[in-house]
Design a protein around this ligand. Structure first.
Ligand code: LHQ
Length: 258
């Protein structure tokens, strides 16, 4: 069976990391397949939201450490540039909202991939571990960029050095994620968010994502310029017209994503 499962549920593409016996850790094949699947979802106009989750007890335990000891182990020169960086770059660049639904433990690259989603939700029993320090590595997959921006420099620094297991509720309190749901309600509640996003003005959400991406490197004045340009683009979408029209006509808008 494939290590990446893809199911289209109305306008939501459900991507499941599927190596449950290895806690959905990444080998090269799975990393490349996830990239291809993300690309397919990016170009498929029927997809208006991507929902990324894991099979079984884990979301993802990062790199498959067994693969590194094997004969065909990918080199350290390949692992970031060919596996993890292209994954997190896609998650930030794809012009559709991406929900990371953290169903269980998310460790190493698995944690940092989850944290760069547009909306990150977790099951109450899930946890996040910056596991890298325990094996002598540094946090990657964008973690040194994302985590201090989410929780502040001090918590990020301590989590990364100590490799603490941060439970879902603490993660929510710290601003690492949007919401926590009870384990038995997690799939239904998190999918509800994905379905809601899939019916919103997709272009507008993509432009919002673009503005947020740009904000980290910009001054206030530069960011106002970015908003000015992107708002101009948003105001020329069909969904903007529909949104205003529906408001004036006191009816529910029907957005097409264009
Ligand atoms: C695993 C793994 C795993 C293989 C659980 N691999 N089998 C970048 C640069 C270059 C190279 C390296 O990588 C990277 C990026 C990275 O992601 S580095 C960080 C790699 N990940 C880790 O160091 C995490 C290792 N795993 C753990 O610390 C624990 O397994 C966690 C905390 C995730 C879960 O602990 P438990 O709930 O106690 O479960 P477990 O340890 O019993 O694991 C369950 C099974 O999953 C077990 O298999 P088994 O056959 O014994 O039942 C584990 O061997 C397997 N597994 N993670 N990364």
């Amino acid at each position: 069976m494939s290590s990446i499962l893809l199911e289209l549920q109305q306008a939501v593409a459900i991507i499941t990391l599927h190596r449950p016996e290895k806690f959905n850790s990444f080998n090269r094949e799975m990393a490349l397949l996830l990239q291809k699947t993300l690309d397919d979802c990016a170009t498929d106009t029927a997809v208006r939201c991507i929902y990324l989750t894991g099979s079984g007890r884990a979301f993802c335990a990062g790199q498959d450490l067994g693969e590194l000891a094997g004969e065909n182990a990918p080199g350290f020169d390949q692992i970031l540039s060919e596996h993890y960086n292209p994954i997190v770059q896609r998650i930030r660049a794809i012009e559709k909202p991406i929900v990371c639904a953290v169903n269980g433990v998310a460790a190493g690259a698995g944690a940092n991939i989850a944290l760069c989603g547009d909306v990150v939700v977790a099951a109450r029993s899930a946890s996040f571990i910056q596991a890298f320090s325990k094996i002598g590595l540094i946090p990657d997959s964008g973690g040194t960029f994302t985590l201090p921006r989410l929780v502040g420099w001090q918590k990020a620094s301590a989590f990364m050095m100590l490799g603490d297991k941060v439970g879902a509720e603490e993660a929510e309190r710290l601003g690492m994620l949007y919401k926590v749901f009870a384990d038995d309600a997690f799939t239904a509640e998190s999918l509800k968010i994905a379905h809601t996003l899939s019916q919103l003005p997709t272009r507008g959400l993509a432009l919002t994502k673009q503005a947020l991406n740009a904000s980290f490197g910009n001054s206030f004045e530069q960011q106002l310029q970015v908003e000015d340009q992107l708002q101009y683009t948003a105001a020329h979408t069909q969904d903007y017209n529909e949104g205003v029209q529906a408001f004036l006509e006191k009816r529910t808008p029907v957005f097409k994503g264009a």
